[in-house]
Design a protein around this ligand. Structure first.
Ligand SMILES: Cc1ncc(COP(=O)(O)O)c(C=O)c1O
Length: 460
């Protein structure tokens, strides 16, 4: 028995957490669980209930919880008296991590790339990238995209679309300008599809060239290939290629935020590979630490105008994370988990479409690889000009709750929090995908039945 386990019910843990932890705590409000054990895709709560974990550390756990190869890599390191903390000094573990990370990148990017280890969160990689491109270009404005999510630190929040956490914080980083993202279901131009995407490209290009756009030549543009927190919105390859062309032609560094998509989640090792583009800057975190905190910025060496210490930080040398991350990368590559993510994502989306066929409150199913989103809508309301219904965040929350009660952890995201997000580990099996889909199907129908019963009761 672990020395940490106090004998208490789950509710006891949750009550203490609510009493002690800040009002900013987020996941426990929707996923009321005190986790006792975790293995693979499963977590078990302190009352002994088991759940499929399709949140997986918000997409961090590529190999699921406590994968034997990640644990073995950490144990090896611990048993050999290797250093655990090294600031940014090098070690054989770090050296190997960097070499194999570079080898995993498209060579057209890797051959000119440099790496900066950041404070261990994704947000610090975002901060570093903004400083990097501002320093290199001497410019001050940044481009980001509607619906984009880049973290919660001051600068990263400024680049994030969601207004929820922004309202209360005055004077965020100035000179951030948001461009439309190709979100076909809620097309910003009211058109959708291929034409909506083309108009979006045209709009961005026209803004970049308009001497009266109000936006000075940007220091950089930051983009997710698939918006994750923003509601699982994949950008069409053509759109990303156009964005690359427009930014390259105007000498604007393109920062691709792969913090959630990196290392196979979308069915390519790096999501930008789908479109075959080469970014100027790539941000990685989450999966690369093999479940421990690690984050890096990789960038074209021409941008390296930093002076020594330009982006410092105490916790940039997490050796355990590098060892676990390296083992994770090797496992992903040798076990074809990238192809498997694609096949598993297709299987999951197929099942979800089956459910959608007679559940009109599922407005859209989309994603790439094992990043899958289900947008919950109100089909009784007026559709907009392209036939999309308004989001139904209340029903989405009820569906999330029904999933949880049935042993499935999923997260919500997107506009109004109405998109149910699936981010299972890449090791999920076909059989588990089928079980997860069955639970979701039952949860969706049950949540809707309760909704109808409530409406009838109100009318009655
Ligand atoms: C695309 C993207 N960028 C940045 C971040 C921020 O990472 P962190 O939460 O580790 O600061 C996230 C976190 O979810 C993310 O999904």
């Amino acid at each position: 028995m672990t020395p940490f386990l106090v004998k208490d019910s789950q509710q006891g843990y949750l009550n203490r957490q609510a009493r002690r932890e800040s009002n900013a705590r987020s996941y426990p409000r929707r996923i009321p669980i005190a986790i006792r054990e975790a293995k693979g895709i499963f977590v078990t709560d302190v009352d002994g209930n088991q759940y499929f974990d399709c949140l997986a550390g918000a997409g961090t756990l590529a190999l699921g919880h406590n994968h034997p190869i990640a644990i073995a890599a950490m144990q090896d390191l611990l048993q050999q008296n290797l250093p655990l903390h090294t600031l940014d000094l090098t070690t054989p573990v770090k050296d190997r991590f960097v070499e194999e990370l570079f080898a995993s990148l498209p060579s057209a990017f890797a051959q000119n790339a440099k790496i900066q280890f950041c404070g261990p969160t994704g947000a610090d990689a975002v901060e570093a990238a903004v400083k990097l491109v501002k320093t290199a270009t001497g410019r001050r404005s940044m481009l980001s995209f509607h619906g984009g999510y880049h973290g919660m630190s001051h600068g990263a929040l400024s680049l994030t679309g969601n207004l929820g956490a922004k309202h209360a914080v005055a004077n965020l980083m100035p000179d951030v300008h948001f461009m439309p993202y190709p979100y076909s279901y809620r097309c910003p131009f009211g058109i959708g599809g291929e034409l909506g995407t083309r108009i979006g490209c045209h709009y961005i290009e026209q803004v970049l060239d308009d001497p009266e756009s109000g936006i000075t030549q940007p220091a950089g543009a930051i983009v997710e290939v698939v918006q994750g927190e923003g509601g699982v919105i994949p950008s069409p390859d053509r759109w990303l290629r156009e964005l690359r062309r427009m930014t390259r032609d105007r000498d604007i560094p393109l920062i691709v935020d792969e913090i959630q998509t990196g290392w196979g989640r979308t069915g390519r090792l790096y999501a930008f590979e789908h479109a075959g583009i080469i970014p100027d800057v790539v941000l990685l975190s989450k999966a690369i630490g093999g479940s421990l905190p690690l984050s890096v910025v990789l960038y074209h060496k021409k941008l390296d105008r930093w002076s020594p210490g330009a982006h410092a930080g105490t916790f940039r040398g997490n050796q355990l994370a590098m060892a676990a991350g390296l083992a994770t990368l090797r496992y992903i590559q040798t076990h074809n988990l990238v192809d498997r993510a694609r096949a598993s994502g297709d299987r999951l989306a197929g099942h979800l479409r089956h459910t959608q066929a007679d559940c009109p409150w599922i407005g859209d199913i989309r994603g790439r690889g094992l990043m899958v989103g289900v947008e919950i809508v109100n089909p009784e309301a007026e559709p907009n000009a392209i036939g999309s219904y308004p989001a139904d965040p209340t029903l989405a929350r009820e569906i999330q709750g029904e999933c949880f009660r049935r042993g499935l952890i999923v997260e919500l995201g997107g506009r109004h929090g109405a998109v149910v997000r699936f981010l299972p580990p890449l090791i999920v099996t076909a059989e588990q995908i089928d079980q997860i889909s069955e639970i979701f199907d039952a949860a969706v129908r049950s949540a809707h039945r309760s909704r109808q019963a409530d409406c009838l009761a109100e009318v009655g």
